[in-house]
Design a protein around this ligand. Structure first.
Ligand code: ADP
Length: 819
């Protein structure tokens, strides 16, 4: 036990002093001794003295005089006067000077100790009462739990009511929350650490379970596991739980003087104080909760208000962007107006939208450092931005001067604008698509009327001149002049049909490319021959059609579709001839290497003329379908507007590009490229270019037997007339079954096989004939001109193919090869 309770012995009798101090120190009091009044006055200054045992007769002064000087100064100190006098007057005098008791020498020790005990008890209760009163006064003012418990501990020890005091607060689930102490000092941190680790000391555990006050002594089992066991707490302790209306808030512990017996009054005071603390904590927590809910409510209301503004702003913008006929600038101007009026501080808010180089802003917009912005991005590409600036600084919230809602809102406004911009784009696309569809419709109508003209013109010539053949009044020489006219018009008609077929294949994606090795010079030379023949027929004999190629081209074979290559060149040369009245047409090609690092080679063809030329504007559209430039109204050129569109598609399918360079009045040059492919010029399998000398064979086929399988009589008749001229022997069957039968029963030198026949088609019949007469040549005559069907004929076993309408020359040449 620490010696806090002090007794001062003031006596000039050395023996008495010694005896008393010995006995009192044993009783654990702290004892000071003074032999004179002066010494005693000095010792009184050193700290609180609980009791003074005062001899009334001192060498330097009277004890009574001392008492009168101390009376006001040391009110807490009780004085027991010790004297040899025993008169009533004297006793009254001494008591009036402030003495608490009066003992007459010789001292009866038990009497002295009983007196000291009762004085100590009285003093202790006074201090306890004072502490409790102070605590009660404090708790009504305090509104923080931490402060409350800290101050309570301090007040409980301040007046020496208790030696130490400590409070633990626990949370609702009984876990330790926080602690405060007074009188313990730095050793309390070890205790706190233990609580933090979840180990609540036995004493506290116990008291948390029961109401009322526990008195625990250091020797109790509940006391030994606690870090405070020892000098800090190892004393008699009063412990109670702090509670209010079944809510347990924590524990309150005090240590106190061992000697003073705890009586009922002290216990009930202690309990009362703990109840007051419980109430105070309850009140604080309640008001804290209330404050919290109030703040939350306020925030909710605020958020709701902001959200309402947000909704109003967005709703406004969504309303605007759906207004029919509203334009970009109206939308943007209305948006910045809505932003301004719906922001937190409308009076200082300014907004600006920048979109595709144009700026829309509120009247006083000025870029300040208190700003936020959102990008307007279309398909991940930034096309503009919205900025909102405050003209003055506003208090910084967590997220800056703007509310979090406003930052989100700005991005959502940007998104709404993006939605609007995209809708406009779709609308524009729709308008464009509509215009295109109308244009295409217009083009198709003009194409159809033009087509009708293009079909009727050659047909007119064919029908008219054919009719005239039957007119007996027209002499034979005259009729002979009709033949080239009918031929030319037939060719034109065929060309037209081919173009239309190609176009429909192109449009349904069925145009196929059949690549093989192809000698470029052969293709070019044949074409030049063909067009040189043709030009005379159309009255353009004077136009020089010439070939200009590099030396290396002579040997060049490329891997491409020769039919389609020829078709493109033929279209271009045909156009050149059509649109040129004088001068020349030059056809040529060079080999070039692509500069893409892959070293791919390609061949570039050109067809150059000195014709009417094409204006720059027209150059851009002539490769589109149905485009026919009608610039020169002085001369009407025939044509359908399909040739260049087909050529462009074909060149693209062959892997190249086509373009034109032209000067109106001077002429045009059409260029196109196609890849050389895998065939090398030097390694070309075929030999040097050589013109195939085609022959009709002998004029007399009277020893030859030919089987014609053809279900159309008119077609048979035509073949019959042609072959009769050659005196061939003809057998006619009208279906595949009969053809097979005939070949089995009779020997023929050649079979002409129509493909599309009833009962058995030409493919099957040929296959069957070839099974038993492998050597017998079978020539397919078919109206199917598609490459796939040609392939199928060859696969079925046909030796060659002649395409309808029959070109007599070509038929005889083909038959001549096999007969
Ligand atoms: P068309 O059947 O009308 O010739 P094309 O598609 O071949 O159809 O050509 C389209 C248009 O391009 C022609 O009507 C013509 O106006 C122009 N054109 C084509 N080739 C030439 C050229 N060599 N010289 C001048 N104009 C040309």
């Amino acid at each position: 036990m620490s010696k806090n309770e002090k007794i001062l012995i003031v006596d000039d009798d050395e023996n008495i002093c010694k005896t008393l101090s010995l006995i009192l120190e044993k009783k654990n009091y702290s004892v000071d001794v003074a032999h004179t009044g002066k010494e005693a006055t000095e010792l009184m200054k050193h700290g609180p003295v609980n009791i003074v045992l005062l001899d009334i007769r001192l060498p330097d002064m009277e004890g009574i005089a001392l008492m009168s000087t101390w009376r006001k100064k040391y009110q807490e100190t009780d004085i027991i006067v010790i004297t040899g006098h025993s008169t009533v007057d004297y006793v009254v005098k001494v008591v009036n000077q402030g003495a608490f008791a009066f003992l007459i020498k010789p001292l009866v020790m038990d009497q002295l100790f009983a007196l000291i005990n009762s004085l100590m008890k009285k003093q202790h209760m006074n201090r306890v009462l004072l502490s409790i009163r102070n605590v009660n006064q404090m708790i009504v003012k305090e509104n923080s739990p931490d402060q409350l418990i800290q101050k309570a501990c301090r007040l409980l020890t301040e007046q020496r009511g208790y030696k130490t005091a400590w409070i633990n607060l626990v949370s609702e689930n009984g876990k330790w929350d926080t602690s405060a102490e007074s009188g313990i000092g730095k050793n309390f941190s070890a205790y706190k650490q233990q609580l933090k680790d979840g180990k609540i000391s036995q004493c506290c555990k116990k008291v948390l379970k029961i109401s009322g006050t526990l008195v625990i002594r250091p020797s109790d089992i509940d006391c030994v596991d606690c870090p405070l066991h020892g000098p800090d707490c190892g004393q008699k302790m009063m412990l109670t739980r702090i509670e209010y209306e079944k809510n347990i808030y924590g524990t309150l512990a005090v240590t106190r003087l061992e000697e003073i017996i705890i009586d009922k009054e002290e216990l009930s005071l202690f309990n009362e104080m703990s109840g007051d603390l419980g109430f105070a904590l309850h009140d604080i927590i309640l008001s804290e909760n209330f404050k919290k809910s109030h703040a939350e409510l306020q925030k909710l209301t605020h958020d709701l208000n902001e959200r309402l503004k947000e909704i109003y702003c967005l709703y406004g913008i969504d309303e605007i962007i759906t207004l029919p006929g509203i334009n970009f600038s109206e939308v943007f101007n209305e948006t910045i107006r809505l932003i301004q009026s719906n922001w937190q501080y409308p009076e200082i808010t300014e907004a600006r939208i920048t979109f595709e180089g144009k700026v829309y802003k509120t009247k006083n917009f000025r870029k300040t450092k208190w700003s936020i912005q959102a990008d307007i991005s279309i398909d991940n590409v930034k096309a503009g931005k919205i900025e909102v600036c405050y003209l003055e600084k506003k208090p910084d919230l967590i997220q800056g001067p703007f509310l979090e809602e406003e930052i989100h809102l700005l991005q959502r406004i940007a998104n709404s604008l993006v939605k609007y911009i995209k809708q406009q784009e779709i609308k524009n696309d729709l308008v464009k698509a509509k215009e295109k569809a109308e244009e295409s419709d217009r083009l198709k109508s003009s194409f159809l009327s033009n087509m009708s003209h293009e079909i009727r013109t050659p047909l007119n010539a064919i029908v008219g001149f054919s009719d005239m053949f039957g007119n007996a009044d027209i002499p034979y020489e005259e009729k002979e002049r009709f033949v080239p006219i009918i031929k030319e018009n037939t060719n034109q008609l065929l060309h037209l049909v081919d173009d239309i077929l190609d176009l429909s294949k192109m449009e349904s994606d069925q145009l196929k490319i059949f690549k093989k090795e192809c000698r470029v010079s052969q293709v070019l030379e044949n074409l030049v021959d063909v067009f040189n023949n043709q030009k005379t027929g159309i009255g353009k004999k004077e136009i020089d059609i010439r070939l200009k190629t590099e030396k290396q081209i002579e040997e060049l074979s490329i891997h491409t579709d020769p039919v389609r290559l020829q078709q493109v060149l033929s279209n271009l040369i045909g156009n050149a001839l059509k649109f040129t009245e004088s001068g020349y047409i030059e056809i040529g090609c060079t080999v070039q290497t692509k500069k893409d690092g892959k070293n791919d080679r390609f061949i570039q063809f050109w067809v150059k003329d000195t014709g009417i030329g094409i204006s720059e504007k027209e150059q851009k559209i002539i490769f589109d379908r149905f485009i026919k430039v009608e610039g020169d109204i002085t001369k009407l050129y025939r044509g359908t507007g399909l040739g260049l569109a087909i050529s462009k598609k074909l060149v693209n399918m062959l892997g190249g590009e086509i373009w034109v360079e032209s000067t109106p009045g001077k002429g045009s040059t059409f260029y196109f490229t196609i890849p050389v492919g895998e065939v090398e010029m030097s390694k070309a399998k075929t030999g040097p270019a050589k013109k195939i000398q085609e022959t009709n064979g002998s004029d007399n086929w009277n020893d030859k037997s030919i089987l014609i399988a053809e279900d159309e009589e008119s077609n048979f008749k035509l073949l019959e007339i042609i072959l009769k001229k050659k005196k061939a022997n003809i057998t006619w069957v009208t279906n595949g079954v009969d053809a097979v039968k005939a070949c089995k029963s009779k020997s023929f030198d050649l079979v002409i096989m129509d493909i599309k026949m009833s009962e058995m088609d030409g493919f099957t019949a040929t296959k069957m004939i070839k099974k038993f007469k492998k050597e017998l040549p079978v020539i397919a005559v078919t109206a199917y001109a598609r490459e796939e069907e040609k392939e199928e004929c060859l696969l079925a076993g046909c030796d060659d193919i002649v395409v309808k309408p029959i070109n007599i020359e070509k038929l005889l040449t083909t038959l001549g090869k096999y007969i």
